[in-house]
Design a protein around this ligand. Sequence first.
Ligand code: UD1
Length: 417
Amino acid sequence: MDKLLITGGRPLSGEVRVSGAKNAALPIMCAALLTDQPLELDNVPKLMDVRTMAKLLGLMGVQVGPQADGRLQLQAAQIKDPVAGYELVKTMRASVLVLGPLLARCGRAKVSLPGGCAIGARPVDQHVKGLQGMGAVITVEHGYMNASAKRLKGARIVMDVVTVTGTENLMLAACLAEGTTVLENAAREPEVVDLANCLKAMGARIEGAGTDVIRIEGVGSLSGAKYRVMPDRIESGTYLAATAATSGKLRLTHAAPQTLSATLEKLREAGADIAVTQDSILIEMARRPRAVSLSTAPYPGLATDMQAQFMALDCIASGTGQITETIFENRFMHALELQRLGADISIHDKTAVVKGVERLQGARVMATDLRASASLVVAGLIAQGETLIDRIYHLDRGYEGLEHKLSSLGAKIARVR
Ligand code: UD1
């Protein structure tokens, strides 16, 4: 199995182009299920999760074109089999995003329950409850959700927790429902807005995406569209954190700084100089970073997907940072691996207390999930000597061309067997 070998201790320096957002591309690909016309996407990142979604849609009869230069065409002229099987769903929880659109388009769907997850329980009860509110009958048998509805009906749905894919699933379904759906306590993440914009380009009537109340007026049919996926704010944040941690200098191009306010604020607090334009971010860290404390929160708060990378930064910062995780109950797995590199971290329930040390030392570590892997990469770039990261298939799910991009910034990094 592939591993990543990093020889740390060099500041990152140079320019990197941000890829399209994984967490926007996945729901947008599912929007293709809502029309028999082609959906032509641009800025789709080349990632394992995108390939997994393409495979899942392909198995249902969606025609999936080749992915080249960020372009990907999907056409669901007919849906043969509205089924998402366990084999694929278990490898990618976002597969559950097919449930809403399949139900809206075909009147039935069979989708595997995703099961457990390395970072917490992650139930899908809000997806199910919302669709039931729209008239679907959903039963669970042999590990599968069996859903049916003649035609979904618009409804007022108040979500009990803020859920990103839950909001997206219901928004996708509501586009073809009869009447108006109002989603309250909706997620405000930029990826929800990006999906809404794509759906609007397809003819959907949606208002309020980006606020906590989204109104969707159902239409009889949607058309195809051309749509460009937004830049990845978590990939952006990861490179920014890595630059700050290594006291380097970086320009991100093709970025969306307006989606990164909370991250940029924390990096400034750590001592970074940051300048933004409409689509670029310049960061320079001329000193050892100062420790930052943070608490994760739904957007516009600090993303849980950035928590692990900030923890890596705090490991070598001056002072002590307190990092509180409020979204997922088990998202500190990386702390134990960071300790193997010499970090001083103690965990008290939902809070990790990170006392900055002068330097980390390279060691063998193991990636446990996507963003945990990213924090180990950041730590490996800072650590003295060689860090060997095992199970990097997690990184391939979410970071396009990671070694290539980091090498171009002066990092010594290689994929080894
Ligand atoms: C999405 C992102 C993921 C990010 C997360 C939180 C995608 C593909 N993934 O995941 O990268 O870390 O948002 O920003 O966009 N919950 C329930 N019931 C539900 C659904 C969720 O209790 O039906 C809980 C979860 O257990 C969690 C919280 O709500 O504690 C937020 O989860 P959610 O926003 O749904 O995360 P995802 O959409 O799976």
